[in-house]
Design a protein around this ligand. Structure first.
Ligand code: NOJ
Length: 520
């Protein structure tokens, strides 16, 4: 309704854009009723829609319109916690005797201290004192997001029923928010000490190993149970886990028999280095640890992290080459809205943050957070989509301020302008998605690294192969030319970023910051 915040009708009106680009599945962050303290990740009613985003008829229409276009839709399911405004929590905190007391995690403190040493993912103790009932409740993220107690069978039942409710309405599956936190140690043992201050991969941080408050065996079992529920609908329905753990744990969630979560995000590409060896290692790692039929889900950006273009220091060519890498890897590529036009972070100081994490840490000077490479104000990557160069970038009507500021580069970084430029991010994404759709080798073939002994650090080369097809990918991640002696059967460039030359003997010169895909 052009009131400056996104809504479901807005998404419906842009489905053709997404479809024409070549995307197949859409995941939308939560649009259920919520006080919006964490922008939907604090749900106060899982079965109704936040009025600012639309209503039930909009959701039903959204699902229908997506399916009409032969696409799929995933909802974001925040199982781990609710809002503290959810009637369940209101009831739970009302008295120790409340029938819903045990729906959340309540414990006595140790004198004036919390029940144990568990830290929330956002840094402080996960325990919050409730003076009304003189006990502490646990929250893995922020205090207004109390964790549900999944050890209570009623909680499990109610959440499974919510899943059924949406599956019955036709949703194709769920992205599962902080899934690794679902169950906690039943004995509430203290976490052991760790030398990690900054949370690296959500398995340790703030000087503790998150052994007893994440990745419990019961969560793995729950994943398998949830999969059974999903599978009882249609084979295409799926669960995509947002979780962090070591390789063994991830394999357990997925199941050796592939009967756990269908997919889990792979975070390796969020930590970038300009070095071909780094990207070779990622491929090697997945081939060793998660060989087919395990299917990695690679992401270059999301609503919690610095935007890709900003993360690579506005090195636009590098960002484009990363898209080439993402779309030609074995696995499933995920794109965060706006990355397909190369949107950048908007500089929004912590004191203006709408993001609760940004608000919490607004006292940390930016030069410190930047140097430590920690991302505190997530507003910066959540700014409005840049559709065109009109006022408010076509996101809301002139005169209506959008909920977050728009990057000043919107006059040239926008969908309409980029459509006219064949070298733009937009056209690169579109071409890559097209090639991927047409090529069985890239979609589902094997992947094989090719050594480049003369320019190991600069040049990345790999082959994708299905029964019928082969594709060769070459990426020069440096400011100098690289020569590749092509001994493969792939001779014809079908896609390129930057430029290259192919000699009649098959030698390929890949110019600085260039990349290409060749086929037979
Ligand atoms: C992970 C989500 O991606 C993030 O945006 C949210 O704030 C937390 N989970 C809490 O639900």
């Amino acid at each position: 309704n052009e009131d400056g915040i996104g809504d479901l009708q807005g998404i419906i009106s842009k489905l053709d854009y997404i479809k024409e680009l070549g995307f197949e599945t859409i995941w939308i962050s939560p649009f259920f009723q919520s006080p919006q303290k964490d922008w939907g990740y604090d749900v106060s009613d899982y079965l109704n829609i936040a009025p600012e985003y639309g209503d039930m008829s909009d959701v039903v229409r959204l699902i229908h319109e997506i399916h009409q276009r032969d696409m799929h839709i995933l909802f974001d399911f925040v199982l781990n916690h609710t809002s503290d405004q959810h009637p369940w929590f209101q009831e739970s905190r009302s008295s120790r005797k409340s029938p819903k007391r045990d729906w959340y995690i309540w414990r006595d403190g140790q004198g004036s201290r919390p029940p144990n040493n568990w830290k929330a993912q956002t840094g402080r103790s996960g325990w919050n004192f409730d003076p009304g009932t003189d006990q502490w409740y646990y929250a893995s993220f922020l205090p207004f997001q109390p964790d549900l107690n999944f050890r209570n069978p009623d909680v499990k039942d109610v959440m499974f029923n919510i899943a059924r409710y949406w599956l019955d309405k036709g949703v194709d599956g769920f992205r599962l928010d902080i899934f690794h936190c679902l169950f906690k140690d039943e004995y509430f043992r203290d976490n052991p000490w760790s030398y990690h201050l900054l949370p690296k991969n959500a398995m340790a941080g703030f000087f503790q190993d998150w052994r007893f408050n994440s990745n419990q065996q019961d969560t793995i079992q729950f994943a398998h149970e949830f999969r059974k529920l999903i599978a009882s609908y249609t084979p295409e329905r799926m669960l995509l886990g947002e979780l962090f753990g070591d390789n063994d744990v991830i394999r357990d969630y997925l199941g050796e028999d592939q009967k756990g979560l269908n997919l889990i995000f792979s975070w390796e590409l969020m930590d970038l280095r300009i070095n071909a060896g780094h990207f070779r290692d990622i491929i090697r790692h997945y081939e060793e640890e998660f060989p087919d039929p395990y299917t990695p889900v690679f992401v270059l950006g999301n609503h919690d992290s610095k935007r890709l273009v900003s993360r690579v220091g506005e090195n636009l060519l590098f960002a484009k080459l990363l898209a080439l890498y993402l779309f030609t890897l074995r696995g499933i590529p995920v794109t965060y809205y706006g990355d397909e036009i190369g949107m950048s972070d908007v500089h929004i100081p912590g004191k203006y943050a709408k993001d609760p994490v940004g608000k919490l840490y607004k006292w940390i000077p930016e030069f410190i957070s930047d140097n430590l490479n920690i991302y505190l104000n997530r507003d910066r990557c959540r700014t409005p989509m840049q559709w065109d160069k009109s006022e408010n970038a076509g996101f809301s009507k002139p005169g209506v301020n959008p909920w977050l500021p728009i990057h000043h580069n919107f006059t040239h970084v926008n969908v309409r302008s980029e459509a006219l430029d064949e070298k733009s991010f937009l056209n690169i994404y579109k071409d890559l998605l097209f090639i991927r759709r047409e090529s069985k080798a890239i979609q589902e073939g094997t992947i094989e690294l090719i050594n480049c002994p003369d320019n190991e650090d600069q040049l990345l080369a790999f082959k994708r192969q299905s029964e019928q097809e082969v594709a060769l990918v070459l990426i020069n991640l440096s400011g100098t030319d690289c020569i590749f002696n092509n001994k493969t059967e792939c001779r014809h460039a079908v896609f390129q970023i930057g430029s290259h030359d192919i000699s009649s003997e098959g030698q390929i010169r890949i110019n600085p910051w260039s990349g290409l895909i060749l086929s037979t």
